[in-house]
Design a protein around this ligand. Structure first.
Ligand code: ADP
Ligand code: DP6
Length: 323
């Protein structure tokens, strides 16, 4: 007996960040978040449930993964197996067209693609909202990667009402320039980093409070297609998230010297009349929100300091697709 499913999901970058869980088992967040799905970064995953397999096998970029990594996937697939009473082990083959664990949202595209592939392989055939609830239980940010464009993850207060909602298809002049400062794996995962922040940072509650206001305001800016307003809110939201980490014990500092350099270049570009704004996640890489039509000018300026390969331009991306 054998059944398979294959899907693609794109990464997303949060403009209003998800940072902290109220329920770690169910991945319920402390606050709602909002992101832009990206065209340039994605994951393709195939899941095969096969009665002949003696255990689950997880290949990422053609490499058989450790027991630790495989366990995370197995636990996630159990959600589907239990629901459909599937007793078989699985072969999972995934390819990240995005650097893994470098703060470029590989876990978001990774778990969204896995959820969609398992959705077909298990025969569960969930709709997109339900699927976002499943993806959430693999990695919080994956909730949002089910949809394209601007997406809100509504925090909810139970598993059934914590899901993603598409806000705007982003079919206007908007994009991101991503500066890859370091490609290597980060020292502290988002999961660990957010937990430590919630547990020890005295600034945490203030951030949650201001984030709620940011979310309301950024939605208005999106509806108005107001890049200046949208960018300014996103930049502040990201810096305040990092401020909560500076206040943690032991502190968490994802910035590298080049991170600050990119922030300075963005400020210089702005004084030259080019609207662009930075946002950083759990890593040193910087994402610059801008008009897609001006992304080339921004890249050229960055090339005075960084290599061509370190600078990637992306437009808004689509939601999941079945392959
Ligand atoms: P990132 O910033 O890249 O999302 P995280 O540390 O948040 O980094 O997440 C990285 C983790 O996401 C990996 O250790 C792995 O468990 C999971 N992950 C990454 N890619 C995939 C994939 N293609 N399929 C399933 N899980 C993945
Ligand atoms: C800073 O979704 O990777 O990128 O839910 O524990 O898997 P887990 O964490 P993850 O955290 C993402 C944090 C962030 C902000 C965001 O994407 O909203």
């Amino acid at each position: 007996m054998m059944s398979r499913g294959k899907a693609r999901a794109h990464a997303n970058i949060a403009l209003i960040k998800y940072w902290g869980k109220r329920d770690e088992e169910l991945f319920l967040p402390m606050s709602s978040s909002l992101s832009l799905t990206l065209d340039s970064f994605y994951t393709e995953t195939e899941v095969v449930f096969d009665s002949k397999l003696d255990r689950d096998y997880f290949y990422l970029n053609d490499k058989l993964q450790s027991e630790f990594q495989t366990k995370k996937i197995s636990k996630f697939l159990d959600l589907f197996r239990i629901k459909k009473d599937i007793k078989y082990n699985a072969l999972i083959k995934s390819v990240n067209y995005v650097p893994t664990a470098a703060g470029l949202a590989s876990s978001a595209s990774g778990f969204a693609a896995l959820a969609a592939a398992a959705n077909v392989a298990s025969g569960l055939n969930l709709g997109e909202r339900e699927l976002s609830i499943y993806a959430r239980q693999g990695s919080g940010s994956a909730t949002r990667s089910i949809y394209g464009g601007f997406v809100e993850w509504r925090e909810g207060n139970s598993s059934e009402n914590s899901y993603a909602v598409p806000i705007d298809d982003a079919k206007w002049d908007i994009g991101m320039v991503i500066v890859i400062v370091r490609k290597s794996k980060k020292e502290i995962s988002s999961r660990e980093g957010m937990k430590r922040t919630v547990d020890t940072s005295p600034f945490y509650n203030a951030w949650v409070k201001s984030s709620k206001k940011d979310l309301m305001e950024i939605k208005k800016a999106i509806w108005d297609k107001d890049l200046e307003k949208l960018g300014a809110i996103a930049e502040a939201n990201s810096l305040r998230m990092h401020a909560t980490m500076f206040g943690a014990r032991p502190p968490i500092i994802y910035f590298k010297p080049e991170t600050i350099q990119v922030m300075e270049i963005v400020k210089d570009l702005r004084s030259d009349g080019i609207p662009c704004y930075f946002t950083m996640d759990a890593g040193p890489n910087v994402k610059i929100i801008c008009r897609l039509s001006q992304s080339k000018i921004i890249k050229d300026r960055l090339k005075e300091r960084f290599e061509d390969e370190q600078i990637i331009i992306s437009g808004p991306g689509p939601g999941i697709s079945y392959l």
